[in-house]
Design a protein around this ligand. Sequence first.
Ligand code: MN3
Length: 201
Amino acid sequence: MAYTQPELPFAEDALDPHISANTLGFHYGKHHATYVKKYNDMVAGTPYDDQSIEDVIVATANDPDKAGVFNNGAQAWNHSFYWNCLSPEGGGKPSGEIVAKIESDLGGYDAFKNEFANAAATQFGSGWAWLVLDAGRLKIVKTANAQTPLANGMYPLLTIDVWEHAYYLDYQNRRPDYIAAVIDELLNWEFVSENLLKAQV
Ligand code: MN3
């Protein structure tokens, strides 16, 4: 069964001016779509075809012979997850159960914000910054290229894509400005809270 690229959860121009329709057109319509297509082409007719994309990502991580399947599968999954982390109504401080968890595990919202922004800004080259649940505790991690905490037994709650294709049309080299805009204006805390609830079941 092929992996289907999910619909964007908002209109292509809904995140403007923080992330433009032009960026989303390329990022969702070209980059993400290509990862999905390549993944499906690579797994077609193999035993991976019968497995969920999450299982394939875990099975192919750290296997150099399976780098193509892993890279395209992980990038397909990471992007599907990333779109849900953004919302035109997002940004700012969270509410709900996540607030106390951020307080106890990370030292509060300001500490979260600094650590998350720093992880995203200091990921050298292409990659991702994440808020994850790791053995019951919130943690901020960064990953290179297609790497994903899913492959390391962590439960992803939130991510930001820091590949240049995510921001270059809007911000050029100013990655920290893109990161600040996402945190202050777009982060979908409702999605993060849903993920936390699912992770704790
Ligand atoms: Mn991307």
